[in-house]
Every structure is written in C-alpha cells, then in structure tokens.
Design a protein around this ligand. Structure first.
Ligand code: FMN
Length: 228
C-alpha cells in the first residue's frame, strides 16, 4: 500500500462508520483481529514496511490509532469497540514473534485513553501453551492492563463463561458457534435447556443453510407435539 492507499483506507473506515450510523446501527466494531488488514500491519512477518507504518511497535500499531482519531469526528468513541486476536499464530498468514506481547500491551494500554465502548479479545485459536512468544490466557493477561469493558470470545460454554466472569477476567462473553446453532441461545442458557449441535459442514458456506435454519426451542417443542 502506498501512503495514499493508507490515507484512503483510513477514510474508508470513517465512511463505513458514517454508513453504519445512517443505517441505524448503535455503534461499530473496528476489526483488528483474525488476519485482516489491521492485524497484517501489527504483525512483523506480514508488515515489511520501512515507513511510519512499519518497523517499530509504535509504527506497526499506528494505523489503528489513525483510524480511531478519524472516527472521533463522526462517532462518539463510546460507541466504538475494537477487536483483537493477540495470540493468532500460524493461520491466516499471521505469526507471533518476539515483539508480539509488547505490541499488544502497547496497543491495549494506549486504548485506555480512547474511552471505547469495549475491547473485544479472542483467546488463542490454536494451542500456544508451548510458545513463549504467545499469550496463553488472553483475557487474564489484558485484564491487568485495560481499564474499560472487556468482551472475551472463543470456545466458551455457559459454564466457562460464568467462570471467566466470576474470576473477573472479562466483563462480557461473546458467542459465535453456539449462537449460530441456537438462535435463542440466551433463553436456552437461562433455562438450562439443551443446545442444538452445530453442523460444521455448513460453516463458511454461502446460502441460508446453517445460518438461519436452526430451530428455536419453541419450534422444537412444537414439532415434537405435532409428531405425537
Ligand atoms: C461460520 C463462521 C464464520 C465466521 N466468520 C468470521 C469472519 O468473517 N470474521 C471473523 O473475524 N471471524 C469470523 N468467525 C469467528 C467468530 O468471530 C468467532 O471468533 C469464533 O466463532 C470463535 O467464537 P465461538 O467459539 O464462540 O464460536 C466465524 C465463525 C464461524 C463459525
């Protein structure tokens, strides 16, 4: 990307926020995780720039703060969240390295000054317990650094979610797959109802199947009654 491409991208993020507000959304999440563009800037193996956006930890993190500084002019930052996946390793083209921990500590500490709605963190996608360059317990690690609301994600069940909240490592837990398979997930958790099992074969596929066709508990009970 040229410097101009970067400036255009920052402007595009700003326009996306304007569009989201205009469409009626309450806020936006700035996606700095999962191998997408911002994480490519953060990661040493992906970012080979020699200008202000490459090299040092501060430079590789710069685009995130440039975007937040621009967003400020169109949306209150207490309506903006930031999503990070600090221990992503070996997938989506991202590797941890000897500066990864310092980089994310720098980012998260600096985010303290932005008054965000929340910081949305992701626990490691793969086992990094033997890798000293990776943070094995993401929520626990950053709880000690971040003063605002932390949402933690990945692999949680109702029980482990209750535990992480109880331990004080996060304020909120987000669910992906369990919500995909259970449109009424909150009700099921509340009533200790059994969960639908997710069908992995329909993950990442186009069309409705696997996205909008899992039954709610109510629909299941109705089906059972009709079959009796
Ligand atoms: C079908 C499917 C599609 C997903 N698509 C994306 C995506 O486009 N971008 C992204 O960052 N994460 C994506 N994710 C990952 C989720 O955001 C979430 O991090 C992941 O499912 C782990 O949380 P969970 O264990 O509660 O499901 C996807 C997950 C699933 C199952």
């Amino acid at each position: 990307m040229t410097q101009q491409d970067i400036q255009q991208t920052i402007a595009d993020f700003k326009q996306a926020a304007v569009n989201a507000l205009e469409a009626g959304f309450d806020g936006v999440e700035l996606h700095g995780a999962n191998g997408y563009l911002l994480q490519q800037f953060f990661s040493k193996n992906a970012n080979q720039r020699t200008d202000d956006y490459g090299g040092s930890v501060e430079n590789r993190a710069r685009i995130l703060f440039d975007i937040l500084d621009e967003l400020k002019s169109v949306i209150d930052l207490n309506r903006v969240g930031v999503r990070l996946n600090p221990s992503l390793h070996g997938i989506m083209g991202i590797l941890v390295d000897d500066e990864t921990i310092a980089l994310y500590e720098y980012i998260v500490d600096r985010l303290n000054g932005y008054g965000l709605a929340y910081l949305h963190l992701i626990e490691p996608f793969t086992d990094v317990s033997q890798n000293p360059q990776a943070i094995p317990q993401v929520a626990k690690h950053f709880r000690a650094i971040y003063n605002g609301t932390i949402i933690i994600n990945r692999g949680f069940t109702k029980e482990t979610a209750m535990q992480v909240l109880h331990d004080g490592d996060a304020d909120l837990v987000s669910f992906g797959v369990p919500f995909l398979a259970n449109p009424d997930l909150v009700d099921r958790f509340r009533t200790n109802a059994p969960l639908n099992q997710p069908d992995q074969a329909t993950f990442y596929t186009p069309g409705e199947a696997g996205y909008t066709d899992y039954p709610t508990l109510k629909q299941q009970l109705h089906l059972t009654e009709n079959n009796q």
